[in-house]
Design a protein. Sequence first.
Lengths: 317, 140
Amino acid sequence: MADIFSKEKILSAENLEPHFLKHDNSKNIVLLSDVPKLCFNEPCVLGVDEAGRGPVLGPMVYGICYCPLSKAENFKALGCVDSKSLTEEKRELIFEKLCAETEYIGWAIEAISPNFICNSMLKRQKHSLNQIAQDSTVGLITKAKDSGINISEVYVDTVGMPEKYQEKLSEIFPEFKVTVAKKADAIYPVVSAASICAKVSRDRALKVWTFQEGLEATPNDFGSGYPNDPVTKAFLTKNIDPIFGYPQLVRFSWSTAGKILREHCVAVEWSDEEDEQSGASKNMNITTFFKQVGSNKRQKIKHTFFTVRNLDVLDAL
Amino acid sequence: MAVHIKRSVKLEGKTELMNNSIHYMPCQIHTDGQASVSKYFKPSIKSQDGNDVLYSSFRGYPLMGKVISLPKGYKGIVAQETVKPMTEGAERNIHVMHTFTSFTYWNWDKPPSLNDALLSALDWIDISEVLHSESGDTSG
């Protein structure tokens, strides 16, 4: 995970682009604003929300936004409402306003790469999307805490059951008053602000997405990434390689992607380790121990040295 | 049945080894033919400072790999049978298209080690050399 404290300050959505461009987009990236001096002393409120959890392509972005409790009312005045009710231009305008309030508002985002997401979900020990989401949430709050922000209250949009998640986060951060709620971004303006930071970052990351596979495509070509978007569907069917499948923009572990993959690509089998190990003994039939082999000669049994190495004498092709 | 292994005419004058293009994959890909390795796979190979493990991804699966050199004096070959035999027992001609002295071994989400059959199979080369060598050390 690469942390970027931007030398060139991020003051608008456009300012995010060079950071995404410079970064290897198969890996995760964290971008942080400067911490306002006020936030070191005064007790602060911090909101957490995500953008791009459902889409089959692009990063999932987690965002946090914070300010002193005494100034929390200002989020409303800056236009922070449910980000889904805002147009892209409106969101970017509000993001710019949030960035401008350097005296008392700070934010951070983590863009979790589609490659990281599917690699995690397709590990030997599967790591679910909820776990990834929780790791990112805890990671961002910890970063805020470690940078010296005097956090007092934390508001989080839920992943799964709000009660359970609140309990979990309260355990990890016993010093904060943690509130987890469904649709928190529509209820708490500080969460709306976090949601706007996340959504603006995801949109910009996709706008400047550089395909390491050399593809030339923009969001106009791949669409929103939601499985029911016809542009996305067409992109997935058109840009498919029979062996490799998709470019790394795509989350292979999504059912939509998997379905098209099975229909258009050659089959690939991953050997299960346990099968491999028990296979040798399982395949042995008990009658083989009693069988007379050849004449009276004892059958030559291969030493385990050779069996574990899959070594065999080859006399035909 | 005789199998003739021949140098392909394509190999004439070719001194370049295929070392960077041979990948041993931890999965079975049910096809035989060309693959856009340079476009899709090579750019996804990453290394981390201070260790020789390589990281990549295939169809979303995390891979960990290592460049493996073949034992000294050995060479790997990429062979192709252009004309498949029509009858059983017919003579066959296998053409050597490329040669290599190292390749990249990939595992699914675990670093390559001597627990991997292929890598430990290379032990046999050293052991067989000792076993088959003429002069024995009689002291043991």
